[in-house]
Design a protein around this ligand. Structure first.
Ligand SMILES: Nc1nc2c(ncn2[C@@H]2O[C@H](COP(=O)(O)OP(=O)(O)OP(=O)(O)O)[C@@H](O)[C@H]2O)c(=O)[nH]1
Ligand SMILES: [Mg+2]
Length: 142
């Protein structure tokens, strides 16, 4: 399994996805600090949202093979900068989350925004109904 770090704004579904890809029980827990779960590093949404914390994400990304930029398809805020992926020393993939709640337009807008942020490849997932989870796990298992 590739080592990954999950990045995304508060409540976008990082911890829930982390539980899903590590086949753990689904349990809500607010992320307060960087947390290592097997080969996954979960991060608090505040680290992306507070510009002063961005350095911590960059330093920690040196420990992983891949960074995943998550974006909640139903969220109107966009916390990534255009091309932000290029500031990371490892490849960045995009993950559109909460597809079970999103319209087709919200999903395609989220894909466009993750491309704008510089994500190389984009996955669409729902941690609730399981859409896209196996495809993501397969990709991470390569
Ligand atoms: N419907 C739906 N809800 C989801 C999905 N993923 C997460 N949620 C819900 O969204 C809320 C926030 O999920 P978290 O995984 O805690 O979000 P997070 O990105 O880890 O948030 P922080 O730790 O605060 O940065 C929870 O109530 C989850 O149950 C999804 O795919 N579909
Ligand atoms: Mg969390």
């Amino acid at each position: 399994m590739k080592k990954i770090m999950l990045v995304g704004s508060v409540g976008c579904g990082k911890t829930t996805l982390c539980q899903r890809i590590n086949r753990l029980e689904q349990r809500y827990k607010k992320t307060q600090a960087l947390e290592v779960i097997n080969t996954t590093i979960d991060t608090p949404g505040e680290y992306l949202e507070r510009r002063s914390c961005l350095g911590s994400l960059l330093v920690t990304s040196c420990e992983v093979d891949l960074v995943l930029f998550l974006l909640d398809a139903t969220e109107s805020r966009f916390m990534y900068s255009p091309g932000q992926a290029t500031s990371f020393p490892v490849p960045v993939m995009g993950v559109v989350t909460k597809t079970d709640l999103a319209s087709a337009k919200q999903r395609s807008d989220a894909i466009d925004l993750l491309e704008l942020a510089g994500a190389e490849r984009i996955f669409e997932v729902s941690s609730v109904d399981g859409e896209g989870i196996e495809a993501l796990i397969d990709f991470l298992s390569d």
